[in-house]
Design a protein around this ligand. Sequence first.
Ligand SMILES: Nc1ncnc2c1ncn2[C@@H]1O[C@H](COP(=O)(O)OP(=O)(O)OP(=O)(O)O)[C@@H](O)[C@H]1O
Ligand SMILES: [Mg+2]
Length: 238
Amino acid sequence: METDRAVRATGLTKTYGEGDTEVHALAGVTFEIPRGEFVVLRGASGSGKTTLLNQIGALEPPTSGDVEANGFNLNGLDDDGRTEYRLKSVGFVFQFYNLVPSLTAYENVALIAELTGGGVKERSEAVLASVGLADRLHHFPGQLSGGEQQRVSIARGLVKNPPLMLCDEPTGALDTETGTQVLSLLREITDTGDRTIIVVTHNSQIAEIANRVIDLRDGQIIENERVEAPKDPVDVAW
Ligand SMILES: Nc1ncnc2c1ncn2[C@@H]1O[C@H](COP(=O)(O)OP(=O)(O)OP(=O)(O)O)[C@@H](O)[C@H]1O
Ligand SMILES: [Mg+2]
């Protein structure tokens, strides 16, 4: 289980549809990501970014190939194993937050905290404070700004204390300044431990703060490069 590798994919393919409508969303992808990195996954619309993230999150079965993440071979898991993996090992952050609108910020986070152990109140409040929302605990999503809602959704992912965070266009619905704050927050999360974060984005400036940049084109990896000296988010010209 203990390994220096967060993710390894081998010969991964994902095909949607068949015959005339067949799409090779992933056309043979092989790569490794060491633990503790802030990874940016880039590529044009339709290049396969969300498909790849969904594979790493065990949200969909592959057509062929293998993914190993956090020491689990995802192909080898049964339904219960996959549910457990998604619950305990992966925090998901989506472009449109996916918060429950009828629950407060606190309740959205506590819901997940309850599924993953005790000390629900302490853990939920602490993680909301860590994303700067200590004074917004009892606001509903509709009473929060986009950036605040995204921070709630990051808190919801973090409260499980997962080794891996998967973020699909987390700043896609935010203005530049708010997006920058959210990205700085995400990078802080990796700066302090061995948590790995994979962020899908169209924004190539985000790549400047990454430890690793993976470029996808037409379902294939065209570049997987370690960045030795990533910039501090405040030093990037957004
Ligand atoms: N459920 C599906 N059924 C059929 N085709 C799909 C499905 N999901 C994705 N595809 C196709 O697979 C390809 C890759 O899609 P994917 O969503 O991974 O792209 P993406 O890089 O995330 O794009 P975007 O930047 O627009 O979000 C696209 O051609 C898309 O149309
Ligand atoms: Mg996508």
